[in-house]
Design a protein around this ligand. Structure first.
Ligand code: BES
Ligand code: MN
Ligand code: ZN
Length: 471
């Protein structure tokens, strides 16, 4: 395409290169106003770096900078030829998906709670065209566009939900959103109220919610795309719509970010939307454990001993380690689905940020094949996870003199001992745990939800459904 454009514009690109305006530096962009030389009024030249060295990470960075640069022009539509680049281990379909997802993400704004919307709204990039040279590739590119759009819409839903503050996005709001998804797609949704949880003996979840005025909701979404007899994949999301820490109150700084403590639930809901849009031929159940953790006269206390739905007792040593207490009852509850496997997704520990920073999701699993499958899906979708061990040696850190175990593992290996706690409730099925505390949102100037790990989960499920594997 560059050659064709150069010829149509009478050697313009060659002249720009000669003059030093184009050096091909990776991610560098140059906007050229073409007036009448070309059929397009503007041309955005994007550097790809060393053509033989381009890998998926760098390509993604290049596409992002191109998308950002395009958004800043007044263009409302654009033909994007970046998929022509050769990228290590990524075929045309993969490259197409990267472009679709990066462009969709670059459009994302969360301004619905501002009283004045930003002005330039009517001049945003609203359409991109992906020229395809070989007729034989058109079908594969179409499919990738469809996949990319479905993943993007799941990511966007997850970001919207997570960005909403705790006074709007309550457990009941999460339940409403699940019902809304049911109306637009083939899903069955059931919502357990606190009295129903009481009859199920979910003593642990109910203890966490006791200090809150917002009723907890356990939200179950069933997507049946596969054979009736085939066991479902179950996704469980931590849905703490606000985590103040409870009686073990958190410090004030950055406490606002604990509105993101339902990032796991948002990720599961987003993934359900993606899956439903793609009509994946498998059975998937999403469970959102919606709850709030607040200090109150009725709140649960350090020292309290709870009886979980599984019958195991827990001594609470810190009411801020509430995620595991909410998840454990949800993990026991899902036994009834005879799952093929269970993945829980949770903003569970600050410690995972110490271990992995904000780049990788922490992955912990007692089932090696499942861990490998998830790592691969993360690699494929540029939404990566890195594994931490759940060895028995760590289990000792949960010993309690009074109950079966405590909810606190001490300073060492905080993410792993949290996983050890959960592992005591997941003996009946293959299980993986994803700690997204470092990846579900960004802090600082560009504060906002990322929509992770929707791309990874969606990829995992697409792979399972036998899609995406054959191109
Ligand atoms: N939701 C938090 C985890 C968290 C903290 C995520 C900071 C992102 C940033 C979780 O409920 C929590 O408070 N965990 C405690 C556990 C500790 C008390 C064992 C933590 O990480 O400090
Ligand atoms: Mn907490
Ligand atoms: Zn929490």
């Amino acid at each position: 395409s560059a050659i064709a454009v150069d010829q149509a514009a009478g050697g313009l690109l060659k002249r720009l290169a000669k003059r030093g305006d184009i050096e091909g530096t990776s991610g560098h962009t140059l906007l050229v106003h073409c007036e009448d030389d070309l059929r397009a009024p503007r041309l955005l030249v994007v550097g790809l770096g060393d053509a033989d060295q381009l890998d998926a990470d760098e390509f993604l960075a290049v596409v992002r900078s191109a998308a950002t640069a395009l958004q800043q022009t007044g263009a409302t539509n654009a033909a994007v030829t970046l998929a022509e680049a050769k990228v290590k281990q990524r075929d045309l379909g993969d490259r197409t998906r990267i472009i679709v997802e990066a462009f969709a993400a670059s459009r994302y704004r969360f301004d619905r709670l501002k009283s004045k919307k930003s002005k330039s709204k009517n001049r945003t990039l609203s359409k991109i065209v992906l020229p395809v040279k070989e007729k034989s590739s058109v079908a594969a590119v179409r499919r990738s566009v469809r996949e990319g759009e479905a993943v993007s819409s799941g990511v966007q839903l997850a970001r919207d939900l997570a960005n909403l503050p705790g006074n709007i996005c309550t457990p009941s709001y999460l339940a409403e959103q699940a019902r809304k998804l049911l109306r637009s797609h083939q899903l069955k949704v059931s919502i357990l109220s606190e009295p129903q949880m009481r009859s199920l003996k979910m003593g642990s979840l109910l203890s966490v919610t006791r200090g809150s005025r917002e009723p907890a909701k356990l939200i179950i979404m069933e997507y049946r795309g596969g054979a009736k007899s085939s066991p479902p994949v179950v996704l469980v999301g931590k849905g703490l719509t606000f985590d103040a820490g409870g009686i073990s109150l958190k410090p004030a700084g950055k406490m606002d970010e604990m509105k993101y403590d339902m990032g796991g639930a948002a990720g599961v809901l987003g993934t359900m939307q993606t899956v439903a849009e793609l009509n994946l031929p498998i059975n998937i159940i999403g469970v959102l454990a919606g709850c709030e953790n607040m200090p109150d006269g009725k709140a649960y206390r350090p020292g309290d001993i709870l009886t979980t739905m599984s019958g195991q007792t827990v001594e609470v040593l810190n009411t801020d380690a509430e995620g595991r207490l909410v998840l454990c009852d949800a993990l026991t509850y899902v036994e009834r689905f005879d799952p093929e496997l269970v993945i829980d997704v949770a903003t569970l520990t600050g410690a995972v940020i110490v271990a992995l920073g904000n780049h990788a999701t922490g992955l912990m699993s007692t089932h090696n094949p499942l861990a490998h499958e998830l790592m691969n899906a993360g690699e494929q979708s540029s939404d990566r996870a890195w594994r931490l061990p759940v060895w028995d040696e760590y289990q000792d850190q949960l010993e309690s003199p009074f109950a079966d175990f405590t909810n606190l593992g001490g300073r060492a290996a905080g993410s792993i001992t949290a996983a050890c706690f959960l592992s005591r409730f997941t003996k009946k099925y293959n299980w993986a745990h994803m700690d997204i505390a470092g990846t579900a949102w960004r802090s600082g100037k560009n504060k906002g939800a990322t929509g992770r790990p929707v791309p990874m989960l969606a990829q995992f499920l697409m792979n399972r459904a036998g899609l995406g594997a054959e191109d």
